[in-house]
Design a protein around this ligand. Structure first.
Ligand code: PLP
Length: 440
């Protein structure tokens, strides 16, 4: 085989070369078929090989592929911002386009700090976040991320932003049970703010449903209402990191819509272009934009490829396709069907400790003892075994970490394209069952 100079995530591993994709399937150069049970990294929400998107990108490419954001705007960027305004809750009307989820959350961080500067309160610079969270890999985004594995090498460069325990009922950090707990996990935010001083805190950021570092952990009802109330009480902005959960993934346009809570800023990525082009967005409310409009009039962030015509053409075509095919609405029923099937596996295989999720973002957590929820030791690396065995059998699932450090457990995310059909869910489950059977 010819030597490769491509740097891959794990240098000692072999990766198949992808040849083409259609619907929920990917094919490698040897003709092997894979069910994309995780939409890659929870990204390919409308499935692979959708010609409408390829054609929209081609049409835009034939007009103009690149303009610089401080010189021109473009039709697809304008139309996509308008479409997102229609999709987003409340007064979240403005879109700042970037290229990755990390840039979207980092821009959110900067906008929050800038908002308080414009309001004459420059001491508000900290962004509180939760343990068991992931907001991205660049330094600002990593500072907000409570994901020890990804932080540890760079700790000297990072701010200590994670300070609040997650709403993780399966292993409650407070050893409580809902609803008797009275949402201690949310009230923790109040304590954290008081400890730091609300004059120092610009915002609180959270993934509405915890993704990569939790595997689809859904908070208890009332959690986000409480968070919103605490933020309002202390004059702190609430940033919803919807990079993984947004754009229909969880069966609503935005996952936070489940709780009728309106954030001040929303970060989007992944499903926004469904993998057809690098595209992400920081969506900002009227309330936040107003003092910037009347103040410095510039958001001090941005990239060469921000609001790229080709990428925004892809994003616009994706949202139009989702509307035409009612993919968001469909994800609720499909998600229930998938969760029910996973719960049946849970009853039959004691290695499955928990099954959770909303819409087509679902998670499976593995335990060595179903009764005391004991995780496997890290040497066993069950997550890797599951992911590898699934891939051998032609199924892609996404590795996640479950639980807090010190007791971090094994979990995978199952999040197929929203276009998946009922019989394809059956097929996915049947392969996953074979994997679990062989691992346990
Ligand atoms: N925020 C969340 C919730 C994510 O899940 C991710 C990626 O997994 C990011 C931010 C970072 O996005 P990206 O990898 O596109 O930089």
């Amino acid at each position: 085989m010819q030597r490769s100079y491509l740097i891959k995530p794990f240098l000692d591993e072999e990766y198949p070369q992808a040849e083409y994709g259609k619907g929920i399937y990917l094919y490698d150069v040897d003709g092997k078929e894979y069910i994309d049970g995780s939409s890659g990294a929870v990204t390919a929400s409308i499935g692979h090989g959708v010609m409408e998107i390829a054609e929209a990108m081609k049409a835009q490419g034939e007009k103009v592929s690149f303009v610089y954001r401080s010189q021109f705007t473009s039709e697809p960027a304008e139309k996509l911002a308008m479409k997102l305004k229609e999709w987003a809750p409340g007064d979240i009307n403005w879109s700042f386009f970037v290229n990755s989820g990390s840039e979207a959350t980092e821009t959110a961080l900067k906008v929050a700090i800038q908002y308080w500067q414009e309001k004459g309160r420059p001491s508000k610079t900290k962004v509180l976040s939760r343990w068991m969270s992931y907001h991205g890999i660049t330094l600002g985004a990593l500072s907000m991320s409570g994901h020890i594995g990804r932080r540890e090498r760079f700790v000297p460069l990072l701010e200590d932003f994670p300070s609040v325990e997650p709403p993780y009922c399966y292993r409650c950090p407070f050893h409580q049970t809902y609803p008797e707990c009275q949402l201690l996990c949310a009230k923790e935010l109040d304590r954290a703010i008081r400890r730091v001083g609300s004059d120092q805190v610009a915002a609180f950021i959270a993934e509405p449903i915890i993704g990569a570092s939790g595997a689809a952990v859904v908070p208890p009802d009332g959690y986000y209402q409480e968070i919103r109330a605490i933020c309002d009480h202390h004059d702190i902005l609430f940033i919803a990191d919807e990079v993984m959960t947004g754009i229909g993934r969880c069966g609503k346009k935005f996952a936070i819509d489940y709780w009728d809570v309106i954030p001040d800023i929303i970060a989007l990525g992944k499903g926004l272009s469904a993998g057809y082009a690098p595209l992400a967005a920081t969506m900002i409310s009227d309330k936040i934009m107003e003092p910037i409009f009347y103040g410095s009039k510039v958001i001090m962030s941005g990239h060469t490829y921000s609001a790229n015509p080709q990428s925004t053409a892809a994003g616009l075509a994706v949202l139009n396709y989702m509307e035409q095919n009612k993919l968001v609405e469909g994800a609720i029923k499909k998600g229930e069907y998938l969760l029910d099937a996973l719960r049946i596996l849970q009853q039959n295989y004691p290695i499955i400790g928990d099954v959770r999720g909303k819409g087509l973002l679902t998670g499976v957590e593995f335990v060595s003892n179903i009764f005391n929820k004991l995780p496997f030791s890290s040497e066993v690396n069950v997550t890797k075994k599951v992911v590898t065995k699934a891939m051998e059998k032609g199924l892609l699932v996404y590795p996640a970490v479950a639980g807090m450090e010190g007791m971090a457990g094994d979990a995978v995310i199952i999040a197929p394209p929203l276009s998946i059909k009922g019989e394809e869910i059956d097929r996915l489950i049947s392969v996953f069952e074979q994997v679990v059977k062989e691992i346990q």
